[in-house]
Every structure is written in C-alpha cells, then in structure tokens.
Design a protein around this ligand. Sequence first.
Ligand code: TXA
Ligand code: MG
Length: 332
Amino acid sequence: MPKTCPVFSASEHDLDQCAERLRQDEILAIPTETVYGLAGNALKESCAQAIFAVKGRPLIDPLIVHCASIEAAFNYLHLHPVIEAVAKNFWPGPLTIVARKQNSIPDIVTAGLDTVAIRVPQHPIFQQLLARLDFPLAAPSANPFGYVSPTQAQHVQKTLGSKIDGILDGGPCTHGIESTILDLREPNKPAILRQGPISQSALASALKRPLPDRSISLHTDGPQCAPGQLLKHYSTQTSIELFVDHPPSINTSAPSSSKIATVFTQRPQASDQAPNSFWLSESGDLEEVAHNLFSLMQKLDRSDYSQLNIQLAPNIGIGLAINDRLRRAAAK
Ligand code: TXA
Ligand code: MG
C-alpha cells in the first residue's frame, strides 16, 4: 500500500490544525469551488519550490495566488479601475485575474514574470482557512503535472497522498473544472487565457467590450501567450477519442470491444447506447456535465478500459470550457 496522508475535516479544530501546518510551511491539498488545490504560503519561496516538486511541474509554469478577500488581493496587484470593477463583480468566485504584480510575491511563484494570477475563492471551507492566515496561498490544481484535476479529496489521496502533508476534505467541488483566467495585464485590452465557469459572454458584458479568447490560438502552432496552456493536458492514461453527435460504432464481436467506454453529455437514446455507456447528466445540463466530468474520467481511467469515447458538449457557456478540457485530454 502506498503511504497516505492525514485527512482533515471542516471542524474548527481541524481548520486550526491546517492553518498551523500552513504556518509551518507544510503543503496541504485544499477544496475550492473549482477543483482541489495544492496549497502553501505564497510569500515563501521554499513553499512554492515544494509545490512545484510535489506536482512535478516545470518552474516555467506559474502558480495562482489565493487571497481571503478582495482587499487582501489588491495588496498584490497594480490596481486599475478595470481590475477593481471586474474583481468587485466576480470575486469571490471562480475567476482568476492576471495583472501586473507587486514585489511581495516571490519570483518563483510567477515563474519570473512581472504579472501574477490571483483569485479570491468562494468555497466556504477554503474561505474559513484563508481567514485564519495572514498570508495568501499559492495553489495549482492538486494533480500530478499533465493529469486530470482532482474534484474530490480521494482523487488527491490516490495520486499525491504519499507526497503531501495532508488533505482538507471539503467534499466534491461544485464546478468541477478550473477557474476562468482573464488577462488584465493591459486592462484596456482584456482577453480570456482559459475558459472556465465564468463565461466569456458574462465577462464581455461586464467589461462592455469584446473579449478575445487567446486560449484558442494555443490549439495551433502560433506563439503561446500564456505559460502552462499546453495542448496536451488533463490526460488520462487511457486514450480518449472525441465525438460530436453519435459515438463511433463499436464492433461488438471484436475481442477488445468490451474495453471501450462511451461517455455522453446526456442520457442517450437507446439506439445510441453502446455496451459500456455512461452519461454526465441525465438532461444534458452543462453545469452538471462540468461537475461530473473529471470525476468520471478518473473513475474510468482506474477501470480496465482501453479507450474512452467522450462526447463533446455544445459550444455555449461552460460548454466552451468543457470542450477545451476534452480537446487537451484527447491530444496525442
Ligand atoms: O480553479 C483554479 O484555477 C484552480 C484552483 C486550485 O484555484 N487552480 C488552477 O491552477 O487551475 P493551475 O496552476 O493548475 O492553473 C493555473 C494556470 C496555469 O496554466 C498557469 O500557467 C496560468 O494559470 N498562470 C499562472 N500565472 C500566470 C501569469 N502570470 N500569466 C499567465 N498565466 C498564468
Ligand atoms: Mg492545473
């Protein structure tokens, strides 16, 4: 049995213990409303180093800084009226803002960039933890580099449990996919760097200007405009093929046919049901699809399927973020 780490609950006693461990520079997995994060003191170089090492993440890929409040977050950014307006509109919540940084954030956290990615999370248990600390927490998603992000404490225990100091269990994450990242390096030229639970259209209407999606260019050979936006990401060990309307037909007499799992966004018609069919939502509700996606991908990856056929979502709202994750997961 691989070594496991202690699991803490949301009791006052356990939250006090987690806060004390973080003050002692330990690295803990914590729940957020998006996915679980791998957290340590964002103002200490040694903690950031430990996070990169545990995750196996290259040092060129910067971390997100999580703050207890909007006021706290504003200590670490160069403020601008556009940034203030967006923050007040969407924080606390699943939106990360990239902006010019203050010097108190160590260079290692931002991979040497003069910008920092910051968010104020909405998860009540994470908020209670941050309120106990007088420093922000750097936290990438708590998955080994390149693998699917964790949406439950047990996902973290299975992959990183032997390498970290503890897990704060806050139950399953509501959104199930990572925060939207908004580039406000030049506040009057905003752009999306990663699609997520806050939709491009909600942001564009709050900003009252067009909002280009710079994550799309990363599907091509064009220049990378954000570090870490790798084409191949969120990958299961089992290979993934995507489909739009109907799954590729499975030859049921072939010996390997039972090894293929087919994942639909909603309950399929009987004529479309392949031998091992799963669906992410009964009705096709896209919030529910996002909530269940990474969890089902990990469950199927731990079963003995040789291939996962997964249906793309409609390209609207959070469907854009779901499809972004699926395309990267299926990249060879
Ligand atoms: O929902 C989330 O955002 C979760 C939870 C834990 O908060 N965190 C998360 O972190 O997804 P991570 O490290 O897995 O993804 C953060 C992304 C990376 O692709 C990183 O390259 C990008 O944010 N990033 C961080 N700092 C940046 C910066 N200064 N400029 C551009 N991109 C940045
Ligand atoms: Mg990640």
